[in-house]
Design a protein around this ligand. Structure first.
Ligand code: BGC
Length: 364
């Protein structure tokens, strides 16, 4: 939706950059609005924390929150958003199941002049999305690929060439094709891996290297595990796979199960991941999964709550730091991006425990 109040974004951004957040941003008791928050699934820890954190942060600002999980079902999410509009929500924060499937409820929101913030996943194919809060998604993929190279010994942690020569056999996995992030992660990773594939130090023996061939519907670990099993059965009867690019911890666990069933272990191929989910961090400590990408969802929730506050007050959020990269097919959505952090056995304690994300007890 083209809100006149956001039409002069560039001017507003300049003003925000000069003046910082306005004093009126402080919550006033009793002026709370109903905010509709929809998340994709409770099957993954990160979305549970995202939802809880946004709810807490908005409530501490005096707002009311309707928090819903769609359990990866598109019609459920459409209905949840329509219900929130009917209940009188003044703002919608949406982490979509399928980023292109919400154009209808977004039209309804626009007609009711309800602004929309896309949370973590871009909402595609609609003009009716005002802002976007996420992480540097391309960089997530770069970090995944760099850790794969480091694990294989082709690269040192300081980015200099590593001791190993290769060639190494790797396989590639991507996330759900209907999630805009999946291509960002994959393209980021391939930007790092391509030179090694070109010079033969890395080989994808299955031949499955195109994004469409390696996606995993709904990021489902079992689906990925089945694909890994098929590849092991057809391509690796006489050879070993040395590394697997995995875009998400749930997928990594599925891949590791397939590897175990295929006779791998106690030494495992280098398997990457994302989200620093508890099971995967334990797996990293146990020497099975090699790495993950930590995204501090507490920070994303905090930033989103503060963006929401500005939007509810008819202001352009001052945090926006990317006005170019997130074209949703209809418009470029102004975004706020946070930095991800690559985590493996060498730094998990510093990054995850010392920051208070996990306690030592949880990781035991
Ligand atoms: C998120 C990732 C997450 C994946 C699966 C993506 O949209 O950015 O953090 O691993 O969805 O839930």
């Amino acid at each position: 939706m083209v809100f006149p109040r956001f039409a002069v974004l560039a001017v507003a951004l300049l003003a925000a950059a000069c003046g910082g957040p306005a004093a009126g941003d402080q919550p006033k008791p009793g002026d709370g609005a109903l905010v509709g928050v929809t998340m994709p699934t409770t099957k993954s820890e990160r979305w549970i924390s995202d939802g809880e954190n946004i709810k807490r942060d908005l409530e501490s600002r005096g707002h009311r929150v309707d928090l819903q999980y769609a359990e990866n079902d598109v019609p459920t999410q459409v209905k949840q958003i329509e219900d929130q509009i009917a209940k009188g929500a003044k703002l919608l924060i949406i982490a979509s199941v399928d980023g292109s499937a919400l154009t209808k409820p977004l039209d309804t929101a626009a007609n009711a002049r309800i602004p929309v913030i896309a949370y973590d996943r871009l909402l595609r194919g609609s003009p009716n999305v005002d802002f976007y809060a996420t992480f540097e998604n391309f960089r997530v993929g770069v970090y995944q690929a760099e850790s794969l190279l480091t694990g294989l010994g082709l690269r040192n942690p300081d980015a200099s060439p590593g001791p190993a020569e290769g060639p190494f056999n790797i396989e590639l996995f991507a996330g759900s094709a209907d999630d805009n992030n999946a291509a960002f992660f994959f393209n980021g990773a391939m930007s790092v891996l391509k030179p090694y594939l070109d010079n033969g130090k890395l080989v994808v023996r299955s031949g499955q290297t195109e994004f469409q061939a390696v996606t995993t519907l709904r990021w489902d670990g079992e689906t990925a595990g089945k694909r890994m099993e098929e590849i092991l059965g057809t391509t690796y009867r006489r050879a070993k796979v040395n590394g697997v690019l995995s875009p998400y911890d749930g997928i990594s666990l599925g891949i590791l199960t397939a590897l175990k069933n295929g006779g791998y272990g106690p030494e495992f191929p280098i398997v990457t991941g994302q989200d620093a989910e508890l099971g995967s961090v334990k797996s990293i400590i146990a020497g099975q999964q090699y790495s993950t990408i930590y995204k501090d969802t507490r920070e994303l929730a905090k930033a989103t709550a503060s963006m929401a506050e500005a939007v509810l007050k008819d202001r352009t959020p001052p945090q926006l730091n990317n006005l170019n990269d997130y074209d949703n097919g209809v418009k470029v959505v102004p975004a706020f991006l946070l930095n991800p952090v690559s985590v493996d056995k060498t730094n998990y304690h510093k990054v995850l425990v010392e920051s208070g994300y996990y306690t030592d007890d949880q990781l035991r």
